[in-house]
Design a protein around this ligand. Structure first.
Ligand SMILES: NC(=O)c1ccc[n+]([C@@H]2O[C@H](COP(=O)([O-])OP(=O)(O)OC[C@H]3O[C@@H](n4cnc5c(N)ncnc54)[C@H](O)[C@@H]3O)[C@@H](O)[C@H]2O)c1
Length: 250
């Protein structure tokens, strides 16, 4: 199958597009014909990505936005619809790993911050994306969680709790909107090296040993699975969670 125009005429809203997995998702959707609203906290990385995508003929809109601020998210969705005329697809990918502490040592404001970005940020996203997608006649949303939506981890309670929370949020929203033509799914990346992680080769090899595929994944591998969930090929898939983890969760 030729995927070049899979999303032609569609508009996608991608949060956390400024780096890592989100950039790869935005690149892939643009390469397959979507207009892409690039949403993230810092403006400069979004500008760089927009310039890169425009060189290959893609259309983007740069929207510096803090996803933990509901008014900012509402504004970004409104601007996307105003600029491109409609919204069909959304990927709520922005996230933080938060600080590393055991539960008694975890500062309360850090708990709030991690939950505010990883869980409330996705709620605010869907709160404004879903009505816009309905207005466009239907579409799909993917919420990016983690393999830690299924596992606990010492010193990462807030991260793990936020990603577990996405399961309930995604499933409930999926149940609300399935009959109206909006599919909502959860994508769980495994270990995907991104620029902010400065892992040395020995550490990478140690992590890879614990993964059945014996290697780390790539942002593009995650992006391809996101594209599947957003596309008509997944027309009967909603409320599901898909791990792209080389077998980590086995
Ligand atoms: N890389 C991995 O191994 C891995 C594994 C499992 C899950 N994930 C999840 O994948 C998603 C992407 O992470 P990544 O690894 O590409 O990391 P990353 O740090 O490269 O990207 C995260 C993006 O989110 C943005 N962001 C953070 N807080 C924000 C806020 N308040 N408002 C708007 N944007 C904000 C950052 O600016 C950045 O662009 C996250 O939800 C993360 O939890 C990543």
């Amino acid at each position: 199958m030729n995927y070049d125009d899979q999303f032609a005429g569609k508009t996608a809203f991608v949060t956390g597009a400024g780096s890592g997995i989100g950039s790869d998702i935005a690149r892939l959707l643009a390469a397959r014909g979507a207009n892409v609203a690039l949403v993230s906290r810092q403006e400069e990385p979004l500008r760089q990505l927009a310039a890169e995508i425009s060189e290959t003929g893609g259309k983007t809109l740069v929207l510096p936005t803090d996803v933990s601020d509901p008014r900012a998210v509402e504004y970004a969705v409104t601007e996307t619809v105003r600029h491109f005329g409609a919204l069909h697809l959304a990927v709520n990918n922005a996230g933080t790993s938060g600080v590393v502490h055991d539960v008694p040592g975890l500062p309360e404001d850090e708990w709030d911050k991690t939950l505010g970005i990883n869980l409330s940020g996705v709620f605010y996203g869907m709160k404004y994306q879903v009505p816009a997608i309905l207005e466009a006649g239907g579409g799909a949303v993917v919420n990016v969680s983690s393999v830690f939506a299924d596992r606990g981890m010492p010193t990462r309670a807030a991260y793990s709790a936020s990603k577990h929370g996405l399961r309930g949020l995604t499933r409930s929203a999926a149940a609300e909107w399935a009959r109206h033509g909006v599919r909502i799914n959860e994508l769980q990346p495994g270990v995907i090296p991104v620029p902010r992680q400065q892992g040395n080769p020995e550490e990478v090899a140690k992590i890879a040993e614990r993964i059945p595929a014996r290697r780390l994944g790539t942002g593009t591998e995650v992006a391809k699975a996101v594209a599947f969930l957003l596309s008509d090929e997944a027309s009967y898939v909603t409320g599901a969670h898909l791990a792209v983890d080389g077998g980590f969760l086995i």
